[in-house]
Design a protein around this ligand. Structure first.
Ligand SMILES: Cc1cc2nc3c(=O)[nH]c(=O)nc-3n(C[C@H](O)[C@H](O)[C@H](O)COP(=O)(O)OP(=O)(O)OC[C@H]3O[C@@H](n4cnc5c(N)ncnc54)[C@H](O)[C@@H]3O)c2cc1C
Length: 291
C-alpha cells in the first residue's frame, strides 16, 4: 500500500558505509580496539582499550548501536535496551517471483501481529529486499541465547508461523532468511557536555517507521553543527525529534499489526483518506523529513 506518485528512497547498507567512509583519511578509523573504560578528568576524557591502549580526547561521540558498550560504560551498566516483543525477518526475493507489484517502489503489507515490506535496492535487476516484523514472545533465556536465531529449526518455526500470514509464493521464495530480535530504547541518557550519544546508541526506535538510520545520520549532522558553532543545544532538538518519531513508530506498529476487525476497518478507511490528504501528510511526515 503506497501512493505510486511518492518515491521512497532506498539504499544498501554497504553502499552507505562506503559513501560515509569515502571522505575520511585512511588512518582515521582504528580497527581492533575494544573499549574497556571511559573516565572523565575535568574536561578531558580518558579512554582505555584492550592491549593497554590509551587515548585522551576533548570530545567523545558514542555511536556503537543499540547494544552500545560505550553507553553501558558511562551509565555503569544501568541503561539497557528492551526487547520489543517482535522478531525481524530479513531476506531477498527474485523479481520474477513477484507479480502485481510496483517493483520500483516500496510495498507495505499489513496483517495480524505481522507486517512486511518489499522494496528494491539500487540496481534494476537485483533481488528485492524483504523485511517483516512479527510479534513474538521470547523468554529471558531465549533472549540470552543469541545463537538461537541462527538455528535452522528456529527459522523454520518462524516460517511455519508465517504460513497463514503471507502468500505461499512469497514465503517459499524468500532467500537468505535471517531472523533477529528487535530491541528498542526506553529512555534517554544525556551524558556530560563533551560526551555525546548518536544513532541507536542514543535511542533505538521500533522499526515500523523505518527512520533509525536516517535519524542517526541527521543526528550526526546536527551534532557537527553544534560543535563547530560552539552551541550547547544538541539534545534539546534531538530529544524532541526522537519523541516525535518514537510516537509515530509505535502508532505505525499498532496500526500495521491490528487484529481487531473494527480497528482494521477504520484503519483501512483512514489510510485511504489520509494518504491523499496533503495537510495530514505535511503534518505527519513533513515534520519528520523536513527540518
Ligand atoms: C528490522 C529493522 C529494519 C530497519 N529498517 C530501517 C529502514 O528501513 N530505514 C532506516 O532508516 N532505519 C532502519 N532500521 C534502523 C537502522 O538499522 C538503525 O537505526 C541504524 O542502523 C542505526 O545506526 P547506528 O550507526 O546508530 O548503529 P549500527 O548500524 O548498529 O552501527 C553500530 C556500529 O558499531 C559497531 N560496534 C558495536 N559495538 C562496538 C564496540 N564495542 N566497539 C567498536 N564498534 C562497535 C558495530 O559493529 C556497528 O558497525 C531498521 C532496524 C531494524 C531492526
Amino acid at each position: 500500500l503506497f501512493r505510486s506518485d511518492c518515491k521512497y528512497t532506498t539504499l544498501k547498507r554497504s553502499k552507505l558505509v562506503e559513501f560515509l567512509k569515502d571522505g575520511l583519511k585512511d588512518d582515521i578509523i582504528k580497527y581492533d580496539h575494544n573499549i574497556e573504560k571511559i573516565e572523565k578528568n575535568n574536561d578531558q576524557i580518558d579512554l582505555s582499550f584492550n592491549k593497554n591502549i590509551k587515548a585522551i580526547c576533548d570530545y567523545l561521540i558514542i555511536s556503537d548501536g543499540v547494544f552500545s558498550k560505550g553507553k553501558s560504560l558511562i551509565s555503569n551498566n544501568k541503561i539497557k535496551p528492551a526487547y520489543n516483543n517482535s522478531i525481524a525477518i530479513r531476506g531477498n526475493i527474485s523479481r520474477n517471483k513477484i507479480q502485481n507489484l510496483n517493483q520500483n517502489n516500496i510495498s507495505l503489507f499489513m496483517g495480524r501481529n505481522f507486517h512486511y515490506v518489499i522494496y528494491p535496492v539500487n540496481i534494476e535487476n537485483e533481488k528485492l529486499n524483504f523485511i517483516g516484523v512479527l510479534e513474538y514472545q521470547l523468554t529471558a533465556n531465549e533472549l540470552d541465547n543469541y545463537s538461537l536465531f541462527k538455528e535452522k529449526t528456529f527459522i523454520q518455526s518462524i516460517k511455519d508461523k508465517l504460513k497463514n500470514k503471507l502468500s505461499i509464493t512469497i514465503l517459499e521464495n524468500i532467500e537468505n532468511i535471517k531472523c533477529f530480535p528487535v530491541f528498542v530504547s526506553k529512555g534517554y541518557l544525556k551524558p556530560g557536555k563533551n560526551i555525546f550519544l548518536l544513532g541507536d546508541a542514543f535511542f533505538a526506535f521500533p522499526p515500523s517507521f523505518a527512520q533509525g538510520a536516517s535519524q542517526s545520520i541527521e543526528g550526526a549532522s546536527e551534532l557537527f553543527e553544534n560543535i563547530i558553532n560552539n552551541k550547547n543545544s544538541f539534545y534539546d532538538y534531538r530529544v524532541a525529534k526522537v519523541k516525535m518519531i518514537n510516537n509515530r513508530s509505535k502508532l505505525n506498529h499498532f496500526a500495521f499489526h491490528a487484529s481487531n476487525p473494527i480497528i482494521i476497518f477504520f484503519r483501512n478507511i483512514s489510510l485511504k483518506l489520509l494518504t491523499k490528504n496533503k495537510k495530514f501528510l505535511e503534518n505527519y511526515l513533513g515534520k519528520i523529513y523536513k527540518n
